[in-house]
Design a protein around this ligand. Structure first.
Ligand code: ADP
Length: 604
């Protein structure tokens, strides 16, 4: 094979240098030339490569049809780029040109290629591409500037946050986004950058094209050239107002405001209405168009104008006003009873710029409160009527009953020997019970009306208790045992009422111990008090009922309810003891019995 040496060397001189790979191979792919650079890059020594197929380094199908490859491209001196494989199996990027190797008869005999290893450039390019895609897709504004403050790069987020397009920003001074009061800050930043210092997460304000202030977190790093000299700074600015979330929050808030049942109104510190929701329209009758821009005073009654002055004063001081009940006027002139909650509105820098008012219609609540007052009063009146009725009724019942009782007693005496006397006795008994109940009811109604009268006198408790025991013993089969500890049982009290207490307690002890025949009555003198204790071995009282038995009409349910009674006796006893500044209480074990105690102060 004869190679067109002249042509070959001319071309290779143009584009090759001694750092280029030079390889030649025949049409069947067999390598016949392999230079030192190829040895170096691919790891195959010439001796090993020559005679082998080009596919040891090139992708297997790359030179499958060398004839077509050359005719399609060689004349245009096309540059190819491909990934080859070294002996070690590493991938390298090659940039190459191909040339025909012709025979003397101009027939194609093979291909020569001159190639450059561009792996490093390729990696660098990829890195660069990754970096620029990070920069352009970042949510943070990434800006670089030179040491004079001239903007040299400006990413998409910078446009989103500050409103300037890349074209508008590049070449401008960074001061376009720096509020005038922060200019000094920028000088300090530049100073730090010149010293090679980095600034991390520095919170400050920047200003957008439309003049809105942005709270940002700033990270600034020096940018160095290859020689390591500082040539500028790269800035990363994070918008702390978090626009996306903010938008979402704004949308949520707007939906709440629109759908709220409360009127929500905002106004400036001068009282000019800046927003007016649907409920405000329903409550006051004005549409947002009619209300916004007007002074809030058009819904304030004349005699309440001073309230607005107070409100604004509080708002200026940053105070919130909660549930302030007042009256405002609707468009049709009617009054609205409302509860107002007013809060200051602050801008992003915390400055108070207005007030938001939430007005709740409380007419229904006030109506309900008035109704409740009315019914409470009515109930109290009815209670008074009831008490008056009870006083009247018991009084009216007492008179005929007393007459019936007296007549029956006379009749009984007149019929001394008559066997029908038994019926009269039973009738007298029942009339006595009725009489007792009426007296008790009468007392209850008097206590309730605060009209129970007490007549105090000096008497001896021991005599009183003994007399009651004597009297009671006559009409019961229970044996009443009396024990007395101490002497001088003189008291100053209402004797009749104290009798009532003792009779009731002993009567209960007998009534609620039907199977046990013994009741123990103790009288004790203890320093300034006399205590009466009445023990029975009866049915007992559940613990849960013990504190209730002194309430009016309270009766223990269960087996106790099979005993006739009205639940009045202990209530009256407690009231009487209370009047005498004594105490009354009970202890009991169910099924074993009860003990009732009451005290009364001694006369001395
Ligand atoms: P009542 O007329 O019902 O006996 P009281 O006011 O005297 O009314 O007593 C209230 C309730 O206390 C009674 O219904 C009864 O259940 C309970 N009670 C009072 N004394 C005794 C007692 N010694 N043993 C058991 N239960 C008693």
């Amino acid at each position: 094979m004869k190679i067109e040496k002249a042509e070959h060397s001319a071309k290779t001189q143009i584009i090759s240098s001694n750092c280029d790979v030079m390889i030649s191979f025949r049409l069947d792919g067999v390598i016949f030339h392999w230079n030192a650079v190829a040895e170096n890059i691919f790891g195959y020594p010439a001796i090993e490569a020559i005679g082998r197929n080009i596919s040891i380094v090139f992708p297997i199908n790359y030179f499958k049809d060398p004839q077509a490859f050359i005719s399609a491209t060689a004349e245009k001196s096309t540059e190819y780029e491909t990934v080859c494989k070294t002996k070690e199996g590493d991938r390298i990027n090659l940039l190459f040109h191909v040339f025909p190797v012709n025979s003397e008869t101009e027939t194609l005999q093979g291909i020569s290629l001159i190639a450059k290893d561009i792996t490093d450039t390729k990696i660098a390019e990829e890195k660069q591409a990754i970096l620029s895609s990070i920069v352009s897709s970042s949510d943070d504004a990434i800006i670089s500037k030179n040491l004079k403050g001239i903007i040299t790069s400006w990413n998409k987020a910078a446009t989103d946050i500050f409103g300037y397009s890349e074209e508008e920003a590049i070449g401008q001074n960074i001061s376009i986004i720096i509020p005038s009061e922060s200019k000094v800050e920028e000088e300090l930043i530049i100073e730090s950058i010149r010293k090679g210092e980095k600034i991390d997460h520095f919170e400050t304000f920047r200003v957008a094209k439309d003049g809105t202030e942005k709270l940002v977190s700033l990270t600034v790093s020096p940018v160095k050239n290859r020689k390591g000299e500082i040539i500028g700074a790269s800035k990363i600015l994070r918008d702390l107002t978090e626009k996306d979330n903010d938008d979402e929050r704004q949308a949520t808030l707007a939906a709440i405001v629109t759908s709220s049942d409360d009127a929500i109104i905002s106004k400036t510190l001068d009282g000019i209405i800046t927003s007016w929701n649907h409920s405000a329209t329903l409550m006051f009758g004005y549409t947002p168009e009619e209300a916004i821009g007007k002074h809030i005073s058009f819904i304030i009654p004349k005699d309440r104008m001073h309230e607005e002055t107070n409100i604004i004063q509080n708002i200026r001081q940053g105070n919130k006003i909660e549930h302030f009940e007042t009256i405002r006027l609707a468009k049709n002139g009617s009054e609205r009873q409302i509860s107002l909650t007013i809060s200051p509105i602050r801008n992003s820098r915390g400055k108070i710029i207005g007030a938001s008012k939430i007005a709740r219609d409380i007419s229904l609540r006030i109506e309900a409160e008035n109704k409740q007052k009315f019914y409470t009063q009515r109930l109290m009146d009815l209670n008074i009527y009831k008490d008056e009725f009870m006083v009247m009724a018991s009084h009216e019942l007492k008179t005929p009953l007393t007459v019936i009782l007296a007549s029956l007693q006379i009749l009984k005496q007149m019929m001394e020997d008559d066997s029908r006397v038994d019926f009269i006795s039973k009738t007298i008994n029942q009339v006595n019970k009725l009489n007792e109940l009426i007296y008790k009811l009468f007392d209850v109604s008097k206590i309730h009306a605060g009209k129970l009268k007490f007549e105090l006198s000096h008497f001896d408790m021991k005599n009183l208790v003994e007399a009651i025991i004597d009297q009671t013993s006559k009409s019961t089969t229970h044996s009443l045992i009396f024990k007395c500890y101490g002497d001088n049982f003189a008291v100053y009290a209402d004797e009749e009422r104290i009798v009532q207490v003792v009779v009731n307690i002993i009567g209960n002890a007998i009534k609620y111990s039907p199977k046990q025949g013994e009741v123990l009555i103790e009288l004790r003198k203890e320093s300034k008090n006399i205590t009466v204790n009445v023990y029975d071995k009866g049915i007992g009282i559940p613990q849960s009922d013990l504190e209730n038995i002194f309430q009016r009409f309270y009766r223990v349910s269960g087996s106790a309810s099979s005993f006739a009674g009205s639940g009045i006796g202990l209530y009256l006893s407690a009231e009487i003891v209370k009047y005498h500044k004594g105490k009354i209480w009970a202890e009991s074990t169910i099924g074993e019995g009860s003990v009732f105690h009451f005290t009364i102060p001694t006369a001395d």
